[in-house]
Design a binder for this molecule. Structure first.
Ligand code: SAH
Ligand code: SF4
Length: 366
């Protein structure tokens, strides 16, 4: 099984593909043709790559190469149009990837309204991408945490999720406004190198601009500094989720390692591009972190930063010992931030009925 994954073309960058073709005695420009066929045209087998000569296609197959796209094992369609995909890899591990037509993740507050005609259905969509099988971080309110971490995804597996979903939806970056949010299963910054390679392949190969991508982290502080130094990178969202160390350590054990002060220092030093804002995510847990007092604390933390706050009322699930605040409390929390001059948006849950919403990804297979 391992050998199969090692022979995947998906995940190789232009240099690696060029080395591969040269190793087979082909001219270097064939590397670019392969790159374009795999990531741009999203072909599924070397046989389909008509820009390559027949004998080279055959030689790739003889050497055991495949494109290596993951397979869509299951699809769950929500009443709101969200689709939760169960996507399987060569070793039988699987993750979830979520398609949200007219998605508002990462786009909240940009003021645009999508039309509602049929053909516009996915002129705008967001794909929520996983970075690990499970997650090791152990946040108390998150269903993915209950799985523990099985393994990191390879760059090819991260890109593969996006390509599998785009192919299934027949969506093309040139024709639709596609956003990617790395907010699925796992902590992307704990799989940093594979994640960043995937980002570059998605930008350069698949054609999704980095400005349409957002990575969410629970707060792996050293990697936030690394991310800030990258030439090509997504926008940054930080899962704050609590306004002080006492509360944050209670709901996010990783706060013992990197506390609120360290996290906010990294956030303040993060080099934003022009017109870019940081996002702070804040999951509201009824009676735990959602009081007006807590909102004032958040305000003090983020005031003066070029940042917005996305509020997420807890999406409940089995084994999660918190409850969802009612709308009034959520609105009151938002008001405190807004009045203090911090843009705050309430993220509406997508696909809660099919366990596709934030924090609900746990490979529910029915
Ligand atoms: N590991 C990364 C990205 C995946 S989680 C991170 O934690 O940021 C994506 C978002 O979902 C995070 O902001 C997280 O705080 C939020 N989340 C987790 N569990 C949730 C739940 N049960 N309800 C609502 N949001 C949740
Ligand atoms: Fe992992 Fe993010 Fe869930 Fe925390 S919220 S357990 S970091 S996936």
């Amino acid at each position: 099984m391992k050998a199969e994954r090692e022979k995947s073309l998906l995940g190789l960058d232009i240099q690696e593909l060029t080395e591969l073709v040269e190793g087979s005695g082909e001219p270097a420009y064939r590397g670019r043709q392969l790159f374009q066929a795999i990531y741009g045209e999203r072909l599924q087998s070397p046989e389909q790559i008509s820009t390559l000569p027949q004998n080279f296609r055959r030689s790739l197959l003889d050497q055991g190469y495949s494109v290596g796209l993951p397979t869509i094992e299951k699809r769950f369609v929500s009443s709101d149009g969200t689709v939760r995909y169960l996507i399987a890899f060569g070793d039988t591990e699987s993750v979830e990837t979520v398609w949200m037509p007219e998605g508002d993740y990462g786009e909240a507050g940009d003021g645009t309204e999508a039309g509602d005609e049929e053909e516009k259905q996915w002129q705008r969509a967001t794909i929520c991408v996983s970075s690990q099988v499970g997650c090791a971080v152990g946040c108390e309110f998150c269903l993915t945490a209950l799985l523990g971490v099985k393994r990191n995804l390879t760059a090819g597996e991260i890109v593969g999720q996006v390509i599998a979903v785009l192919n299934d939806q027949q969506a093309f970056p040139g024709r639709a406004r596609l956003n990617l949010v790395f907010m699925g299963m796992g902590e992307p910054l704990l799989n940093y190198d594979n994640f960043m390679k995937a980002v570059r392949l998605l930008v350069e190969g698949v054609g999704i601009p980095e400005s349409r991508m957002t990575v969410s982290t629970a707060g792996i502080v050293p990697r936030i500094y690394d991310l800030g130094k990258e030439a090509v990178r997504p926008k940054l969202a930080i899962s704050l989720n609590a306004p002080n160390d006492e509360l944050r350590s209670r709901v996010m054990p990783l706060n013992h390692k990197w506390n609120v002060q360290a996290l906010l220092a990294a956030a303040r030093e993060f080099p934003l591009r022009s017109r870019e804002r940081l996002t702070f995510e804040y999951v509201l847990l009824n009676g735990v972190n959602d009081s007006a007092e807590n909102a004032k604390e958040v305000l003090e933390l983020v005031r003066g930063m070029r940042a917005k706050v996305n509020l997420i009322a807890l999406n409940p699930g089995p084994g999660i010992d918190f409850s969802t605040p009612d709308e009034e409390r959520v609105l009151a929390f938002q008001q405190v931030l807004m009045r203090g001059g911090v843009p705050a948006f309430i993220r509406k849950p997508r696909g809660r009925d099919i366990y596709a919403a934030c924090g609900q990804l746990k490979r529910t297979s029915s």
